[in-house]
Ligand binder design. Sequence first.
Ligand SMILES: Nc1ncnc2c1ncn2[C@@H]1O[C@H](COP(=O)(O)OP(=O)(O)O)[C@@H](O)[C@H]1O
Ligand SMILES: [Mg+2]
Length: 226
Amino acid sequence: MDEKEMKVIELQDVKKIYEVGAEKVYALNGVNMSVERGEFVAIMGPSGSGKSTLLNLIGCLDRPTEGKVYINGIDTSELSGRELTELRRDTIGFVFQQYNLIPTLTAFENVELPMIFKNVAKHEREKRAEELLNLVGLGKELQRKPRELSGGQQQRVAIARALANEPSILLCDEPTGNLDTKSGRQVMETISDLNRRGVTIVLVTHDPSTAAFAGRTVRITDGRLI
Ligand SMILES: Nc1ncnc2c1ncn2[C@@H]1O[C@H](COP(=O)(O)OP(=O)(O)O)[C@@H](O)[C@H]1O
Ligand SMILES: [Mg+2]
């Protein structure tokens, strides 16, 4: 593999400017970074420093105002909205601070849902949903609704759901932000285990003990990496 192929994420001079009335907010002000296949990178910085904006651009949930975002060597600025959605669905999994599970569905059904959207056959998606929930340590909680699970268990369901379409990149925005120390550690152990299985991880946090699980930490302040 040459150097270019090993880079799964590359940002070149990325800026994100929000216009709020007459005011311009430079949420990202010239960010360059790259992540290699199989890495586990933590992005640390204070509240308002641009962490979520950065993760959303890496995850193709949004486009930069200036600069380029490459995913697996693909220049995402050249993709149509539909192509960008497909790239995101097939390559990237997201985990958010608020879990974002569907309250009326069981753990099993929440994990199955992305595979229904992708037209995966029933037998295959049921098998995979069960495997993923076993992988995150929730083999006994398949039929529980989110409100019947602890915060840490809900976050592990969210991780299993993020893996449903077999993403090569998992993006986590403050995944332990709502959890007590012990549940947070269990969630981080689950994420580390996925990294050991080959998933590239980019995780945003303001908590040093969460960042300590990563192989490398980059710091952001006022929209710039330091
Ligand atoms: N949709 C938006 N519109 C206007 N300003 C925004 C928007 N999203 C974020 N910002 C601003 O951009 C900056 C970075 O925000 P964010 O990326 O959410 O930071 P963090 O995740 O590090 O707390 C902040 O000043 C925030 O107020
Ligand atoms: Mg944030």
